[in-house]
Design a binder for this molecule. Sequence first.
Ligand SMILES: [Zn+2]
Length: 144
Amino acid sequence: MALFIAKPDLEELRQHGEETYPFECCGVLLGRVDDVGGKRVHEVVRCSNQRTESPHNRYFIDPRELVGIQRRAHERELDIVGFYHSHPQHPARWSATDLEEAHWPGCSYVITSVMNGVATQTNSFDLVAEGESKSFQNEELHVE
Ligand SMILES: [Zn+2]
């Protein structure tokens, strides 16, 4: 799979990570899955990081906030195609905790590294579920 995102939307989620530095930001990507399995982002929705314990390396989206976002997506005939968060002072690679807390197979998990308050690398990973196990696979991030 691949994730397609417009440059302003990419800048929006990267900027969010700079604003919340040195804490993690998090949010949801609304869009559509096309016929050949690519995911296209139509809207970036910011969430407040509800993780009060170590918000510098953990994130948590309030389920009630997520329900509201899902409702808004359906009204606009969009789906949740991914989630994003930032890694302050860490590389844009998923952690064991990220995998453990990822529950949406088929969705993209976008991670931006923020070094000294400046967004650097952004990578996308596809959550793949096989039976009981799940894994992250590197995913192409197409900026349009
Ligand atoms: Zn993470």
